[in-house]
Ligand binder design. Structure first.
Ligand code: KIV
Length: 261
């Protein structure tokens, strides 16, 4: 709980940084780089596993990836997503959270506010820190017929404020605010005692920011969210390395006596 308390108490200080990682080398690099939090996001379903959205991700996928990331993380606060349909009831949420902690997570993240307040409170009471996630909830993509920006209407703003209140009450240590209009994210931040972490909710609207590592490094060029400015072109580097290596191999001149007679 120590790292969770440090995150919770950091509100108002230097903005928090959170990056996703799904494997050992990436975790080791991000940990050494000094990122505050590493998230094994269920975005792994899209960025690494080739699914169209996060609704295909299972607890077994998450346990597998958080184990690898835990082996590469010694300093950052390590959070793992509870995937869809693994926290429908309080009992199921507890069991799923314990499974991920056993696999290496220090905290779990769940999507929702009022609707899952009891689940968050129960996990926290069990001694497992929780990162909340409100606003646009990717696990609801099929239910809502797409990724819908939140905080556009008065009703949506009220719902967002209710959700941020709920996760504060339930004892979350910080809260991701995804895909909301900037003014709604700012309102949530002002209202929240715990730090808010923005993604796709405008710049400097929250107490920190989270990015999906493949978006940031240019590792998944087939879909780049409009709000991200990639800092590299890893996909291009992989292709270039592969092409250079193939050209070298294909230029081999095998000695004639190496061929079967
Ligand atoms: O799964 C994920 O990577 C996430 C971030 C987008 C916050 O939940």
């Amino acid at each position: 709980m120590e790292k969770a308390e440090a995150i919770r108490n950091s509100k108002g200080g230097t903005p928090l940084t959170m990056l996703t990682a799904y494997d050992y080398p990436t975790a080791k690099i991000l940990d050494a780089a000094g990122v505050d939090m590493i998230l094994v996001g269920d975005s792994v379903g899209m960025t690494l596993l080739g699914f169209p959205d996060t609704t295909h991700v299972t607890l077994a996928h998450m346990a597998h990836h958080v184990g690898a990331v835990a082996r590469g993380t010694s300093r950052a606060f390590l959070i793992c997503d509870l995937p869809i349909n693994t926290y429908t009831t309080v009992e199921q949420a507890l069991e799923s959270a314990r499974t991920l902690v056993k696999a290496g997570a220090e905290a779990v993240k769940l999507e929702g506010g009022v609707a899952i307040e009891a689940q968050i409170a129960a996990i926290v009471a069990d001694g497992i820190p929780v990162v909340a996630h409100v606003g646009l909830l990717p696990q609801k993509v099929l239910e809502e017929g797409g990724y819908k920006i939140k905080g556009k209407t008065d009703d949506e703003i009220t719902a967002l404020m209710d959700d941020i209140d709920a996760v504060n009450r339930a004892g979350a240590c910080c809260c991701v605010v995804e895909g909301t209009r900037p003014h709604a994210a700012r309102m949530a931040t002002e209202r929240s005692v715990i730090p808010t972490i923005a993604i796709g909710s405008g710049e400097a609207t929250c107490n920190g920011s989270v990015a999906v590592i493949t978006d940031l490094i240019g590792g998944f060029p087939w879909f780049v969210p409009g709000f991200i400015k990639p800092k590299g072109n890893v996909a291009g580097i992989i292709e270039q390395c592969a092409r250079e290596w193939m050209a070298e191999i294909r230029a081999w001149k095998l000695p004639q006596d190496s061929l079967p007679s």
